[in-house]
Design a protein around this ligand. Sequence first.
Ligand SMILES: Nc1ncnc2c1ncn2[C@@H]1O[C@H](COS(=O)(=O)NC(=O)[C@@H](N)CS)[C@@H](O)[C@H]1O
Ligand SMILES: [Mg+2]
Ligand SMILES: [Zn+2]
Length: 468
Amino acid sequence: MENFSEWFHDILENAEIIDSRYPIKGMSVWLPYGFQIRKATLKIFRDLLDREHDEVLYPLLIPEEELAKEGIHVKGFEDEVYWVTHGGQKELNEKLAIRPTSETAMYPMFSLWVRSHIDLPIKQYQVVNTFRYETKHTRPLIRVREITTFAEAHTVHSSSAEAAKQVETGIELYKEFFDELGIAYLISKRPVWDKFPGAEYTMAFDTIMPDGKTLQIATVHNLGQTFAKTFEITFENKEANHEYAYQTCYGISDRAIAAAIATHGDEKGLQLPPELSPKQITIIPIIFKDGGEEVMAKCLEIKKSLEAKGIRVQMDTRDIRPGKKFFDWELKGTPLRFELGPRDLNNNVAILGRRDSGEKIETSLDENIAEKVSDLLVEVEENLKSTAWAKQEEKIVTLDTLENASGIVDEGKVIKFYWCGDEECGRAIEEEADLDILGINEENIETDKLCPHCGKPAKHLALIAKTY
Ligand SMILES: Nc1ncnc2c1ncn2[C@@H]1O[C@H](COS(=O)(=O)NC(=O)[C@@H](N)CS)[C@@H](O)[C@H]1O
Ligand SMILES: [Mg+2]
Ligand SMILES: [Zn+2]
């Protein structure tokens, strides 16, 4: 893990997650194994969003006129938008943007739908691919040009308070989502100069990758009435007056999968929380020349009992030596394995192996194996999550001064510091340390400490780091 970037690229290839040799920079192919992980991730995500959102689907293409309507928004994306200019041989009379995100696809429709406060709130989400002509160094899953797993939620409200509350709901949903992926995260309010184009404020989730750099894995934006004014989304309120609506939007992407791979992976390869892992246990019959049939029969019986309990199980019956099988499934990150040989059968025992702790647990075959496996899977899930949070805690240092900030960050740390919150000061801090202020992690704290840069009274605890 010393060279995380190399480890990350290798694991995507060796565990057959994606193939980034697709002949367009920043675009890759989801391979079968990776696709199953993506599918499991989206199932977790949809189960959460479906609690109070409607899943929908909007067109990929956006008329230039709509994309350009909101000045700050289009400014923020003008260097990243891909355009469609032709239909067949014919040049289109209006360029069409390929969605970099879908505000300008959705909000003209909201404008058609919203008339009265009884039409509100609208809470929709879609899981689509979006396209951004990223000019910074692209990396598979981390900074891509086709964001294949862009899950964007957009909500419309009849009051500013309700929109602010929805931002909090979005944050809670994402906390649950990342908790299920066992990913540790930091939540901060992005500095004003780094918020989403057109938003009033942006709340962001960052995770500390093994190399100490932080990755923005989700954002929740309070859009205020800016887009409602641009797209004429107005409603008749209870007092029969017309008001502009209040909006939020929030999203995650392929980075959620990148973060799960990075968080739980190790020198042996991929490691996945049981909910994400395509298979949760591999049964490995240890076959010698004699006693093979009984071993196979027992293994099949165990496989059936696991499947009956809804456990995703596979049996590795390849004619290769067991050690190679262990290696392969450790590389693929399968949480558990079940080994059974003729001698074990005679002693009426089997071995359950844990990928996370390396533990080998001798188990009587008279036990309820399916129950034991279910319990172990819960233990593995808890262990992976608590390990991730412990690792994150180790990487955060709270400092009174930013003197040696870049040196400390180079050791793979994230710095929490007392900040005045002023933009000019913040930008100067970033400039001097050549780092990014992630934002305010604890707002309006009680402290008599002074801002390390400008000496004004500190108002918040902020985070600063090297970022992806
Ligand atoms: N090039 C990229 N590759 C992978 N993920 C990305 C990329 N650009 C953005 N993301 C992810 O997508 C999330 C949402 O993107 S965003 O620009 O911050 N916000 C929006 O687009 C809003 N419409 C909410 S969906 C980001 O928090 C980040 O995690
Ligand atoms: Mg970007
Ligand atoms: Zn200051």
